[in-house]
Write a protein that binds this ligand. Structure first.
Ligand SMILES: NC(=O)C1=CN([C@@H]2O[C@H](COP(=O)(O)OP(=O)(O)OC[C@H]3O[C@@H](n4cnc5c(N)ncnc54)[C@H](OP(=O)(O)O)[C@@H]3O)[C@@H](O)[C@H]2O)C=CC1
Ligand SMILES: O=C(O)C1=N[C@H](C(=O)O)C[C@H](O)C1
Length: 278
């Protein structure tokens, strides 16, 4: 792998919590080369990406807010393998970012959550027409994939399930992308969950959480001190079965991010979920 020409990588949202981790991870990977670091945050314009990520040496890659020129620059480097852009920005901008990247032939690896089903379908259509790989991964940690697989297995035997997701209080979207995906995976079984035994009244709106597909409920907690956590709680007569995943450091996402960067150029369409590329 190290003898091959490295894959050019752009990080969008490079100055953010995830972006800084990705700068470190990409820089340490011999088969990848960081060519661009994009972020709209005004206070970081022109700052060196290595310095921003706390590396000992500068990377000579300045932060820029100019996404399209950066996409054009990397797309123009014809002697290099196809470029990849990793997006950890904001739910409001990710859709346009991904469309722009595909238009330039740059393969998106999307960690940003908050895309709705219609947006994902539009991006899938766009990627298909362009024959361009695109990965949308609501959660890059292997522990979450394992939790979801255990939850799918359990859902065949339990008819009642609720999801609690807990995150830091700088998170823009709720419920989390991971919780929505977890509910979708359980709903694929095609059976209704949580048939009510009584007529329920919410004395305060939202007390029973949000209702996802097949009646699966999701509750969102936001507190300083948390990073990212999820419980899937199954209930049946006389027993509770709880699955829980805790993130203590954002480095847990980096093996999944690097895998996605290496895999996305082998794809010709949009793929959703880390479990599909493991
Ligand atoms: N898939 C996964 O495994 C994970 C996904 N996430 C998701 O990733 C996203 C980012 O999370 P996190 O790093 O914690 O967020 P941060 O707010 O720490 O970082 C986002 C960065 O992107 C910048 N930004 C905002 N809009 C744009 C834009 N249009 N173009 C370029 N840069 C932009 C922000 O600047 P400014 O601050 O000035 O707005 C900020 O520097 C969220 O959606 C989160 O849910 C997070 C962790 C894991
Ligand atoms: O904002 C976060 O932090 C996270 N976002 C993703 C989500 O919405 O599921 C992944 C992980 O939970 C961390």
């Amino acid at each position: 792998m190290t003898n091959q020409t490295p894959i050019p990588v752009i990080i969008n949202g490079a100055a953010g919590k995830m972006g800084r981790e990705v700068i470190k991870a990409v820089t340490q990977a011999p088969d990848l080369t960081l060519m661009g670091a994009v972020d709209t945050s005004p206070e970081h314009q022109g700052q060196d990406a290595g310095e921003l990520a706390g590396l000992s040496e500068p990377l000579e890659v300045p932060i820029t807010n100019q996404l399209e020129p950066m996409l054009g620059y990397v797309a123009g480097e014809r002697q290099l393998p196809p470029g990849v852009i990793v997006d950890f920005t904001h739910p409001d901008s990710v859709y346009d970012n991904v469309r722009s990247a595909i238009a330039y032939g740059i393969r998106p690896v999307v960690g940003t959550t908050g895309l709705n089903a219609e947006q994902i379908q539009n991006l899938a259509d766009f990627a298909e027409k362009a024959s361009t790989g695109c990965l949308i991964i609501p959660n890059f940690s292997i522990g979450m994939v394992l939790l979801q697989q255990a939850a799918i297995a359990a859902s065949q035997y339990f008819d009642h399930v609720e999801i609690i997701e807990l995150h830091h209080n700088q998170k823009a979207d709720a419920p989390s992308g991971t919780a929505i995906q977890t509910a979708q995976l359980l709903a694929e079984l095609g059976k209704p969950f949580n048939q009510p035994l009584v007529k329920e009244t919410e004395k305060l709106p939202g007390a029973r959480g949000s209702v996802a597909e097949e009646g699966i409920r999701i509750h969102s907690v936001r507190l300083p001190g948390l990073i990212a956590h999820q419980e899937v709680i199954f209930g049946a007569s006389g027993q509770i079965y709880t699955l829980r995943h805790d993130t203590s450091d954002r480095s847990c996402y980096m093996p999944g991010v690097l895998l996605a960067i290496r895999k996305v150029s082998q794809l010709k369409s949009l793929v959703y979920g880390l479990e599909k590329i493991l």
